[in-house]
Design a protein around this ligand. Structure first.
Ligand code: ZN
Length: 628
């Protein structure tokens, strides 16, 4: 295989034609010279050339340089600080320490390692400034001398392995020989060996379909491809296992790329899989058929689809509302010849000025926000200038994404930040990180979200026991029905049964059969969401076989003024008029969103616009119109 064929410019135009042959694949005898994963000498040359002619690349690289400079100042400060500095500070200054920033996991340290090593290595390769190479190498050696990479929580191990492996490859030519050996041995001892234990015993992520599988296999593959020529036996063993395990993680994309665990975990898992496949293309000369995975080809449509015009997620499952400019979209754009993905990501980065994300960018004050963008270097690596002029506004305005989390999204425009956006979710109550939220919807217009999903509650990560007591995780805390304060059927699986787009006066209409979510509570429940071209959202419900009162609800951050079956919602100087038509309901009510337990998110600033429907011979018909 001529390795030049692997250059991104060529890959961009080559749709994958292979079928999966990973199971029989052996590591080639001879591998390309270092640096061989992503940041080859050739790609580095392209980046340097593009910086001079392409404004996006110039901005992206400048942002990485200023980030590196800022990180280096903190890194050098280490020696001047007391040991008893509080934990996060201790990991901000000086060499990283073996500690669990959140009390449970080494993951935060692994993420910092990725940020430092990849950013320092990138800037060294760009500028030749030795202090960046020195800092990256000392950080790599430092973590290699840790007692372990916390394999009990294997994400910590896998992420650390990926960061160290890429640093090893990118800086190979300037790492002294003895130190190279030390890093390789640590990648085996702390990374591959504990990984093999999971593979051989078919434990946890190695034998299950979730973001964990994607992230952990990525860490193992990066380590393998970085050291395989010098550590052939150890690398070959893990390589075989990882290739066997990967199809499980990738199986979640079938049939259309909808991600079962929501947008935030799409970020995590999909970027990891893109990294794995891209590294295989660079080093062994083939995607081994993984790009033919059902649904992977269109998963970029899903990501674009669930993000509203000013870049918040439809945040079903455990997901914050702020979206991230995932470099995976540049990669997917290249390999599937989808310039609209890249054009959309450029628009996202430019609009939000997210060439580099810092904590202060986070609306939610999320400490990890910066670290979520730890692979920012890959935006420079995978950026394709040929996509810049591409038009993403002709991507369909409304779409049904079938899959385990069956859902529909609709918008009135792609680029107008004030455009209306709505989403309706059917789907499953049995996916990882899911909430009991079948039938829920969100609605945005004028740059505000009027009907919200409250998103994840970090308490569900910390508190053991029954998650179906937390307000944000159950139907009581979602824009769907609550009947006699009962939970939805925890095993329910529901579909969008009819979907139309681009009608005469509507951009999208989705009909969800959510009966299974209320099995035993009603006979049938059908919810229809229609987003009209003028931005009006209509939610229509038909319930049969109801015995008890049914609560209709919509959680909002807006001010609410109720007048019987009408309500005026206000945010800033914008209003949405809500009108209710139903023979079974007499009026709207305003309910608090206060949770039961003090360890839950207090949901400050939110109110529930609700209405109680008394069935008439078992039937309830509701039509709610939200008009901007
Ligand atoms: Zn939710």
């Amino acid at each position: 295989m001529n390795l030049k064929l692997l250059s991104f410019a060529v890959v961009f135009f080559c749709l994958p034609v292979t079928t999966l042959f990973a199971n029989d694949f052996q590591l080639p005898e001879k591998l390309p010279p270092h640096p061989r994963i992503y940041l080859t000498e050739k790609r580095m040359g392209e980046i340097k050339a593009l910086m001079k002619t392409d404004p996006f690349m110039e901005q992206q690289v400048k942002a990485l340089q200023s980030k590196a400079a800022r990180l280096l100042v903190d890194f050098k400060k280490g020696g001047q600080l007391n040991e008893d500095k509080e934990r996060t500070s201790a990991n901000r200054y000086g060499l990283l320490r073996y500690q669990f920033p959140d009390g449970m996991r080494l993951l935060g340290v692994s993420w910092m390692c990725i940020v430092r090593v990849t950013t320092f290595a990138f800037v060294y390769r760009l500028t030749g400034e030795q202090e960046y190479a020195d800092a990256a190498i000392s950080e790599m050696l430092n973590v290699c001398r840790f007692p372990d990479w916390h394999p009990v929580h294997f994400l910590d191990t896998a992420e650390m392995a990926a960061g160290v492996a890429l640093g090893y490859d990118w800086l190979y030519n300037v790492i002294p020989v003895a130190k190279r050996t030390e890093i390789r041995k640590a990648l085996i001892k702390h990374g591959l060996n504990p990984g093999n234990d999971f593979y051989e015993n078919k434990r946890h992520w190695a034998a299950s379909a979730s973001n964990w599988n994607e992230v952990c296999n990525n860490g193992m593959i990066q380590a393998v491809l970085a050291i395989a020529d010098e550590e052939r036996e150890a690398a070959g063993k893990t390589f075989k296992y990882a290739l066997e395990s990967m199809p499980l993680g990738l199986s979640v994309y079938a049939p259309e790329g909808t991600y079962p665990e929501g947008g935030n975990y799409w970020n995590y898992g999909t970027l990891a899989s893109c990294m794995t496949i891209a590294a295989l293309q660079d080093v062994v000369g083939s995607d081994l058929g993984f790009l033919n995975t059902p649904g992977f080809k269109t998963t970029g449509d899903f990501f674009m689809g669930i993000i509203r015009p000013d870049f918040w997620y439809f945040n079903y499952s455990d997901c914050p509302d702020e979206a991230l400019p995932n470099p995976a979209m540049f990669y997917l754009s290249r390999v599937y010849n989808r310039p609209d993905y890249a054009a959309w990501l450029c628009d996202f980065v430019k609009t939000k000025n997210y060439y580099q994300i810092w904590n202060e960018n986070s609306r939610e004050g999320d400490e990890s926000f910066r670290d979520y963008d730890r692979w920012a270097v890959l935006r420079a690596v995978w950026y394709n200038p040929e996509a810049v002029g591409a038009d993403f506004t002709s991507t369909p305005l409304a779409k049904h994404f079938s899959g385990k989390q069956d859902l529909a999204v609709m918008r009135t425009a792609w680029k107008d930040r004030e455009a209306a956006f709505a989403a309706l979710k059917a789907g499953s109550n049995r996916s990882g990180h899911c909430h009991l939220d079948i039938g829920t919807f969100v609605y945005d217009v004028h740059g505000y979200r009027w009907a919200v999903d409250l998103g994840r509650d970090m308490a569900s990560y910390r508190v053991g026991g029954n998650p179906w007591r937390l307000f944000r995780l159950i139907n009581r805390g979602h824009n769907t029905f609550l009947i006699s304060d009962s939970l939805q059927n925890r095993y329910a699986s529901c579909q969008i049964i009819k979907f139309e787009s681009n009608g005469k006066d509507f951009t999208g209409r989705a009909v969800a059969d959510i009966s299974d979510a209320y099995a035993g509570q009603v006979k049938s429940a059908i919810r229809t969401a229609t987003l009209k071209k003028d931005g009006t959202l209509i939610i229509e419900d038909q319930i049969e076989g109801a015995v008890d009162k049914v609560r209709w609800a919509m959680i909002t951050p807006a001010g609410i003024q109720i007048n019987g079956k009408n309500a005026i919602l206000t945010q800033g100087d914008k209003k949405v008029i809500v009108t209710l038509q139903s023979g079974e309901i007499t009026q709207f009510e305003q309910l608090p969103t206060t949770p039961t337990f003090d360890y839950e998110n207090p949901n400050e600033g939110y109110t529930m616009l609700a209405a109680f429907a008394t069935p008439n011979k078992g039937k309830i018909n509701i039509k709610v119109t939200l008009k901007p």
